[in-house]
Design a protein around this ligand. Structure first.
Ligand code: CTP
Length: 402
């Protein structure tokens, strides 16, 4: 049982699903975890601290100024020995508070003051319209970007009589999700170096050449690798995306900078994943001044080759496990098969069509020594999780065949 001996801070916020939190607390204790319940004022309208105290076997905290903690530091003391904070149920309003870093009651202050390494999990519970509201969805996206793990919600009949997404997961499902969260992770202990996004190759101080890569696939993969327990370093070209929580981000602009950052960081890495759309060429003579518009003539640019980062890493004497990506506008299977061999890498991920740039969904084909197989259309987040599993499986086979 992975929950045995775990210290869980169980936060309850206002929602009818508080009744399920009672059973959850009971299940956690039964599984061998210590449960410290913290409730908001709103949660106390739905269930009493006495109930939660009886089920968790520990005093329940509701107030920042609780005199039972002598130094008035409940928001610090309650999390310092914790293995995770789980907010269940997590109301729409409490998600807003987490997004904005609110600290106006004990539970929100405790979340804000938690050590950066302490995982925060939320089990949303609310009416379907509240869940669907763009404001809530913005907060959901921000919590994801901040590295908060979301469990649910589920769809179904709601306490208010309406039907749809917003039900809190059942206590049994939450227990299973927590078990999985604490189980050994697929990439536990692995060091992963990645590239993502486009590169930008200057022409002069105000102009340059780039491509349509948004970085979404690479950033989703960095998050998934981090969630799978890896120590992730992400070398990223210019993107509009927030840095994935828990990932070391090295921001670069040009292909040469990306190459340099990768070569500096590649020793001791177990896996290298090249997702970046690296410019194959750079402008040979970058003008130090803005090129002026001439009356008749148009400027002529000449180019030189950029280093092939992936091929360079793959050619090292003892390279990490290398994964490449390929954007092909046609003949994906032929080009993908040939590209994997040419770059001398064990795994290449082909995008079906080149119109994936900037989109939230993707459709992939994996090329390896055995041949190729497709991963059907899905969100980039979902594909990233599948890819991490595919990579982990191949690495463990390699280790066991050595
Ligand atoms: N790549 C790289 N450095 C480069 C060019 C590409 O590391 N200078 C990596 C990409 O990150 C990707 C893989 O190589 O993982 C394939 O990139 P792609 O642009 O599809 O292929 P190219 O090698 O550039 O070949 P072509 O443009 O002819 O398709």
């Amino acid at each position: 049982m992975t929950l045995t001996g775990k210290n869980i801070v169980l936060g309850l916020t206002g929602g009818i699903a508080c009744y399920k939190a009672a059973e959850l607390a009971r299940g956690l204790v039964k599984a061998g975890a210590s449960v410290q319940v913290v409730m908001t004022e709103a949660a106390r309208h739905f269930i009493t601290p006495v109930t939660m105290q009886a089920l968790s076997g520990r005093p329940v905290y509701t107030d920042q100024w609780d005199s039972r903690i002598s130094n008035n530091m409940a928001h610090i003391d309650l999390t310092r020995h914790a293995d995770a904070i789980l907010i269940a149920p997590c109301s729409a309003d409490f998600m807003r508070k987490l997004v904005h870093g609110a600290a106006d009651d004990l539970l929100s202050t405790l979340c804000l003051a938690r050590p950066s390494t302490l995982p925060l999990l939320v089990a949303p519970a609310m009416n379907v319209e509240m869940w669907d509201n763009p404001a809530t969805q913005r907060n959901v996206a921000q919590l994801y970007a901040d590295g908060v793990t979301r469990l649910g919600p589920a769809a179904g009949e709601q306490a208010c009589g309406e039907t749809g997404l917003g039900r809190m997961l059942e206590p049994e499902q939450l227990l299973q999700a927590l078990e999985a969260f604490f189980s050994p992770k697929l990439l536990q202990g692995k060091r992963v170096l990645m590239t993502a996004g486009p590169t930008f190759e200057p022409i002069d101080p105000v102009r340059g050449i780039t491509n349509l890569s948004s970085g979404k696939m690479g950033y989703a993969l960095a998050r998934a690798a981090h969630a799978a327990g890896a120590d992730v370093t992400l070398v990223s070209g210019p993107t509009a995306l927030a840095a994935p929580a828990g990932v070391r981000l090295i921001a670069v602009t040009t292909a040469r900078e990306m190459h340099e950052a990768v070569m500096q960081n590649v020793p001791q890495q177990d896996i290298f994943i090249a997702v970046a759309a690296v410019a194959d060429w750079r402008v040979a003579a970058v003008s130090q001044q803005k090129i002026k518009k001439q009356d008749k003539d148009t400027p002529t640019l000449s180019f030189e080759h950029n280093p092939d980062i992936l091929a360079t890493v793959a050619a090292l004497s003892s390279p990490p496990y290398c994964v490449g990506f390929a954007a092909e506008s046609e003949h994906l299977i032929e080009h993908g098969t040939a590209k994997r061999k040419k770059k001398n890498i064990p795994l290449l991920v082909g995008n079906i069509g080149h119109q994936t740039f900037g989109k939230d969904e993707n459709e992939l084909v994996l090329f390896d020594e055995q041949g190729h197989h497709a991963l059907p259309r899905a969100s980039k987040e979902a594909l990233a999780i599948t890819l991490v599993a595919e990579i982990a499986e191949r690495i463990s086979k390699r280790i066991s065949s050595k």
